[in-house]
Design a protein around this ligand. Structure first.
Ligand code: AHR
Length: 528
């Protein structure tokens, strides 16, 4: 659920109509949105003065955990069934996984995959989803108002993670489920004991434990749209008991507490569970047709991270625990065009444009800049549902948002540097500059990667780049994501409007000037 006020109002409006069975209501009439958009675009048009980027290798922020490039699959619309998994398709492998979808997913190097929800997790009985597929019960999924065939369950999830090369991350049911169910799930996955759930896994053909490390303690329990919704104190008390039970089965697991949309929720929860959890979650959904507002929302997400970080600092001061609780941004994306649809086959199938890709790149920059506290993130979601990859019965298309995920996971270093950036800002938004930048290197300080988002709708922006403590070679590589305009999209009819293009460049040095094209993401790589 989006965490800003407008998101909560959006839920109240749309969530209630969804419960009543009506179609989702647009946030504002299309005509009004067009006017807002036009006004904003004209205000932002024109030129921008040269920017400055100062990099100093002594100013190291910290290590970037690769888990920030994680993703998420939920039993929702066509994400799993008819998305990653289609037993009847000729494009699937012998296990029922769509090969073309898998290949596309491999292209964004997903290190961690969250499942089974989302809202779905708060009504999911994992015991329905193991054993012979034809004997598994069909259930009514109350979260998304769909029939759940249970043909994709824990064993299929692990199989998919292995094919993808991702670590699994499971969110347990703290809505309708019990702490015993959660502990049994840990036993099924991780135990080697001669006990019934561990033995069932072995009987199902998996003698070795799965050793699943990351477990989420419920999803968005703070919200009325969630089965088993509770207040912070109620959630915290339950989370402590679930955590204890799960750890008593496997003490090595890492736990993610359910963070909420405000200081009060997060403080109440952390006061109770900071000693036992490793992460607290943060969800953020943004998006609007207005360019400046969309990027101001990315600024808002970074502020949200800062506020949660401050709450963690306060909570940690009250414990003896040495390991700091990290932030798990385990749902984040643009989601507004298909806001809270329920009960049809093509739910939440957002078509992304170049503006949204720039927002995603800005989000990844924010995770780099905040790498001391953001230790894990999962884009919501991987395929078809608010996703970088869309599929139909004949193939896949890579949405605009696919490309920042690909470039950043392939080229950014694992150490973030604190760059000084001076850039003009959007009119009346002093905290939202046109250029958004993150800078990374590797442990050996041998490479330098600048990830630069020029969010200006029409103007190329030149930047004077100064580097201290690193002597770059004269030439390097540039990867640029761009398209004809901020509104450009990739669809089955026109799949390559927005792509990433590679070129080499020369002229780098301790001080050089580089121009970044209007509405682009540039990943610039230099070697020492
Ligand atoms: O990602 C879609 C939904 O957004 C998830 O199910 C829920 O956790 C959030 O509200």
């Amino acid at each position: 659920m989006r965490d800003v006020d407008s998101g909560r109002r959006g839920f109240l409006k749309n969530g209630i109509t969804a419960v009543l069975g009506a179609a989702a209501v647009p946030l504002s009439p299309p005509s009004l949105r067009w006017i807002e958009n036009t006004i904003q675009e004209s205000a932002a048009a024109g030129s921008a003065s040269a920017a400055r980027i100062k990099i100093d290798f002594d100013r190291r922020i910290g290590t970037i955990d690769r888990k920030i490039y994680g993703n998420f699959i939920e039993h929702l619309g066509r994400c799993i069934y008819d998305g990653i998994y289609d037993e009847k398709s000729s494009l699937s492998d012998s296990d029922g996984f769509r090969k073309d979808v898998l290949e596309a997913a491999r292209g964004i190097h997903v290190p961690l995959l969250r499942w089974p929800g989302g809202n779905f997790s708060s009504g999911y009985n994992w015991k329905d989803g193991v054993g012979p597929k034809d004997a598994r019960p069909r259930r009514w999924d109350t979260a998304w108002q769909e029939e759940e065939p249970n043909r994709f369950g824990t064993d299929e999830f692990i199989q998919y993670c292995r094919k993808l090369g991702a670590e699994p991350y499971i969110t347990v049911n703290m809505g309708t489920g019990t702490m015993q169910d959660a502990a049994d799930w840990v036993e099924y996955c991780n135990a080697t004991t001669d006990t019934s759930w561990a033995n069932l896994r072995k009987k199902n053909g998996h003698p070795e434990p799965y050793n699943i490390k990351h477990w989420g303690l419920g999803n968005e329990i703070y919200g009325g749209w969630q089965a088993g919704h509770k207040d912070a104190a109620g959630y915290a008390a339950d989370a402590l008991e679930f955590a204890k039970m799960m750890r008593w089965v496997d003490p090595s697991i890492q736990l993610v507490a359910c963070g909420g949309p405000g200081v009060e929720w997060n403080m109440t929860v952390l006061e109770r569970v900071a000693n036992i959890v490793d992460y607290i979650s943060l969800h953020h959904y943004g998006g609007t047709l207005d360019t400046a507002k969309e990027f101001a929302d990315a600024t808002a997400m970074e502020k949200q991270i800062g506020v949660l970080d401050a709450v963690i600092t306060a909570a940690m001061a009250r414990t003896q625990k040495k390991e700091r609780v990290g932030i798990a941004v385990d749902e984040w994306n643009i989601w507004f065009r298909s806001w809270f649809q329920r009960g049809n086959n093509h739910m939440l199938e957002e078509v992304y444009n170049l503006r949204d890709a720039l927002w995603v790149a800005t989000g990844l920059n924010a995770f780099h800049r905040n790498c001391r506290t953001v230790k894990l993130a999962d884009m919501a979601q991987l395929v078809n549902v608010i996703a970088p990859i869309m599929s139909n019965s004949t193939g896949v298309v890579l949405q605009t948002t696919y490309y920042p995920l690909k470039l950043y996971s392939e080229h950014c270093g694992n150490v973030a540097l604190d760059a000084l950036v001076r850039s003009d800002t959007f009119p009346d938004l002093p905290e939202t500059p046109y250029l958004d930048v993150s800078v990374t290197t590797d442990d050996a300080n041998q490479k330098l990667t600048l990830a630069i988002v020029n969010r200006h709708p029409t103007a190329d922006i030149s930047a004077d780049i100064a580097i201290a403590g690193f002597k770059p070679q004269n030439s390097g590589e540039i990867f640029e994501i761009n398209g004809p305009s901020l509104d450009a999209t990739n669809t089955f009819e026109a799949p390559n409007q927005v792509t990433a293009k590679r070129r080499t460049f020369s002229g780098a040095g301790p001080a050089f000037r580089q121009t970044f094209a209007a509405h682009s993401v540039t990943v610039l790589k230099l070697q020492a």
